[in-house]
Write a protein of this length. Structure first.
Length: 158
């Protein structure tokens, strides 16, 4: 069994039997020490998503209208799950509703990482592409005026 995991697995620290694979952008999202330690202890394989599968995911996400909810990381993890599910027994592990929904549309088997809703674990914030400051919302940085991008913030809320 191949598990393709997004950040929620490492934050919740769920233990799984079998291989665990994730994408580099998920690793970048894990800001706190305990999530990163969990990733190391699980002996996770980190593989970049393939552009051909990203394209398939984006096409499908456009149809299901989840595209605005899907981050670049979500697209990567879905692309990786799609790639593996075409040739192996694969399950995507995610607590993100938009990811789960798109996975179902793509015919990918999906299970949640935890019982808690994703918003209790992961919250969104905006990060300026210029000065890298972070803000809870907005499209333009109030400090330097650069564009801001949506990104996930790992919450320490227990
Ligand atoms: Zn800025």
């Amino acid at each position: 069994m191949i598990h393709i995991a997004d950040a929620s697995l490492f934050i919740i620290r769920k233990r799984l039997e079998g291989s665990v694979i994730t994408v580099p952008s998920v690793v970048e999202e894990l800001r706190d020490e305990s999530s990163r330690t969990t990733l190391e202890l699980m002996d996770v394989r980190i593989e970049p998503a393939l552009s051909s599968f990203k394209k398939k995911v984006k096409t499908k996400a456009g149809i299901t209208r989840d595209s605005e909810e899907l981050s670049g990381t979500d697209i990567d993890i879905l692309a990786k799950a799609l790639e593996y599910s075409e040739r192996e027994d694969t399950v995507l592990v995610s607590d993100d509703f938009a990811v789960q929904n798109t996975a179902i549309q793509l015919g990918i088997r999906v299970i949640p990482a935890g019982q808690r809703k994703i918003k209790d674990v992961l919250v969104w914030e905006k990060q300026c592409i210029g000065c890298k400051r972070r803000f809870p919302e907005g499209d333009e940085c109030p400090v330097c005026g650069s564009q801001m991008k949506k990104r996930r913030k790992a919450s320490s809320k227990k």
